[in-house]
Ligand binder design. Structure first.
Ligand SMILES: N[C@@H](CCC[C@H](N)C(=O)O)C(=O)O
Length: 322
């Protein structure tokens, strides 16, 4: 089966985008799961953090489903939604549309650049909940805000929230990537506390409204960036730290930077996540599902935008002394 795709990224969190509106491949759930495992493999596959399936919707201009590299499906993907927003906005020639996701129909738009020459897309992160049942997390209380989770760490405290995929966030003085990786693995091997797994982030507050976030993603491992994690971390560092609502928070990550604006209306939080949706190349993958083999052809690179993105990457690295 020949499948045209776009290799794209949001803050270096990279995806294979497959447009099922353009071509009805008749994928089954098993096909989507197996394609994700086969193609996302960094060793033997195309290599990516996940697959974005763009599908028809009767509620919005399109629908996004996101599968992690291990073949599990996530409720939401912030960096991926910016890539899907760009794809659909360019296809439809509009600047503001809506995309259906598992839990909500979300407004997405092209907005003012957050960095020179970087086409910028804003996506709404909603619904947000601190109720432990929304992750789900088994915990003796309705919410777990800045609490110890002794199974994970003797020193750290964590805040649990769904955005709407499950996250725990810890504010730290310095991000220790090896420690984060160890805690992330433990958290995803602890079904008695996190029955569906959880994304784990360490957040360093660099100054008011500027943070550095590193994430161990459920279903993937350490990634360059996780959009929902950066949104969750912006919110947690607003509630527990010095950041302000309704003002852009600059979030530095390993693959670049984004802006997050925390909003609260009628007691409910939501976050606007703004950043790049960069296409790396487009190509066609010919997949033999029986043999579990594939071949990529017709590869064509988006050289100009990738050169431009290098400037943002270099700037973000300089912000964290990299
Ligand atoms: N990288 C994504 C989140 C992808 C899903 C996550 N691994 C999960 O299983 O919840 C993002 O940008 O939000």
């Amino acid at each position: 089966m020949k499948i045209p795709f776009i290799k794209c990224h949001g803050s270096g969190n990279d995806f294979i985008l497959i447009d099922e509106i353009e071509n009805d491949f008749g994928f089954s759930e098993k096909d989507r799961r197996e394609l994700s495992i086969l193609l996302c493999d960094r060793q033997d596959g195309i290599g990516s953090d996940g697959i974005l399936f763009v599908m028809p919707s009767d509620k919005a201009e399109g629908r996004m489903r996101m599968f992690n590299s291990d073949g599990t499906e996530a409720e939401m993907c912030g960096n991926g939604l910016r890539c899907v927003a760009r794809h659909m906005i360019e296809k439809l020639g509009k600047t503001e549309i809506a995309i259906e996701t598992e839990k909500a129909v979300l407004p997405v738009s092209q907005v003012e650049e957050i960095f020179p020459e970087i086409d910028t897309f804003s996506v709404m992160i909603d619904p947000v909940s601190f109720k432990v049942e929304s992750l789900p997390m088994n915990y003796n209380g309705e919410e777990a805000v800045d609490v110890a989770i002794p199974e994970l760490s003797a020193e750290r405290t964590f805040t649990a929230l769904s955005v709407p995929n499950p996250h725990i966030v810890s504010i730290v003085d310095n991000v220790d990537q090896d420690e984060l990786s160890a805690v992330g693995k433990k958290a995803n091997d602890l079904p008695e506390v996190f029955p569906n797994g959880v994304n784990v982030s360490y957040v360093q507050i660099l100054e008011k409204n500027k943070i550095f976030v590193r994430t161990f993603e459920r279903g993937v491992g350490l990634t360059n960036a996780c959009g929902t994690a950066m949104s969750a971390s912006s919110l947690v560092s607003t509630i527990l730290g010095p950041n302000e609502k309704d003002t852009p928070i600059v979030v530095i990550n390993k693959g670049g930077l984004v802006n997050c604006v925390v909003e609260k209306e009628e007691g409910r939080f939501s976050i606007q996540l703004r950043g790049n949706g960069t296409n790396v190349y487009q190509a066609v993958v010919d997949v033999d599902p029986e043999a579990r083999t594939f071949a990529v052809s017709e590869q064509s690179f988006f050289e100009k935008e990738n050169k431009t993105y290098e400037k943002l990457e270099a700037f973000a690295a300089s912000e964290i002394g990299g």
